[in-house]
Design a protein around this ligand. Structure first.
Ligand code: UDP
Length: 237
């Protein structure tokens, strides 16, 4: 069998890390994620990961409460570092070697990111965790993962969410919503679908990085995607 993806960029949402708790990091969810990642790592897939920070802090909601936007975004980026360290620790505990790279210098917490450091680490069997987003305010970790995915020449961005793909409308609100098995970036714009922010979507479109949206909160789904099961939605040009 030929491997469908040699190298992936996995985007995990910070919010999902809360699990049933409603805040912070749920140890069960964290270890479920780590196990799923270990499974595909053992298949020989090179893995880069970006994890959000929404379970801890978001700059935009901070600024609505009176925080300076740039400082709020910096707090959000720090939140992604916290989640990255948690994931790195959970992977380490089950024998998966990881390297946390940071978009902002903060040794010894993680090494300062560079494309070549990342590729070298992945090729030597480490899972790379790209933390602190893009390192700049006014961006999101979705944009951070588009950027890193393109830079590391990933075959696909796997966007793990709590819904199983892209729908014509929000399936949690509209019972008549139907799911796409695949969709173009342009159709996302014209239908005004909220898959990722427009900056992140445009980065992927302009650089031809396909996105696969799937439900990562169902254990085993990451491997199903790698195995080629069509359980989510593919976004392409
Ligand atoms: N953030 C930022 N620049 C980046 C990435 C993230 O300023 O390149 C900040 C931003 O404030 C964002 C927060 O970090 O609200 C957390 O990231 P995100 O909201 O993307 O996490 P998620 O919603 O996926 O949990």
């Amino acid at each position: 069998m030929t491997m469908r993806f040699k190298r992936i960029l996995l985007k995990l949402s910070g919010e999902s890390l809360m699990g049933e708790q409603g805040f912070g990091i749920d140890p069960q969810r964290l270890s479920d994620y780590a196990q799923q990642i270990k499974e595909v790592h053992e298949m020989g897939v090179q893995i880069g990961i970006v994890i959000g920070g929404g379970n801890i802090f978001r700059g935009l909601s901070g600024s609505q409460k009176g925080f300076d936007r740039v400082k709020g975004d910096q707090m959000g980026m720090c939140a992604t570092v916290i989640n990255s360290l948690a994931l790195s620790s959970a992977l380490g505990a089950i024998g998966v070697k990881t390297k946390v790279l940071t978009a902002i210098r903060m040794e010894p917490i993680g090494e300062f990111y560079s494309k070549w450091k990342a590729i070298e680490a992945m090729e030597s069997g480490h899972v790379c965790i790209f933390s602190a987003g893009t390192g700049s305010p006014y961006f999101t970790t979705d944009t951070g993962s588009s950027l890193r995915g393109i830079e590391i020449e990933a075959d696909v961005m796997l966007k793990g969410t709590r819904v199983d793909g892209i729908y014509t409308a929000d399936p949690e609100k509209d019972p008549k919503a139907t799911k796409f098995t695949d969709i173009t970036y342009d159709e996302i714009y014209t239908r005004g679908l909220k898959v990722m922010d427009l900056t992140a979507t445009t980065m992927c479109k302009e650089n031809n990085l396909p996105i696969y949206v799937f439900n990562m909160d169902v254990y085993g789904n990451l491997k199903r995607v790698i195995d080629g099961e069509e359980i989510g939605t593919l976004v392409h040009n």
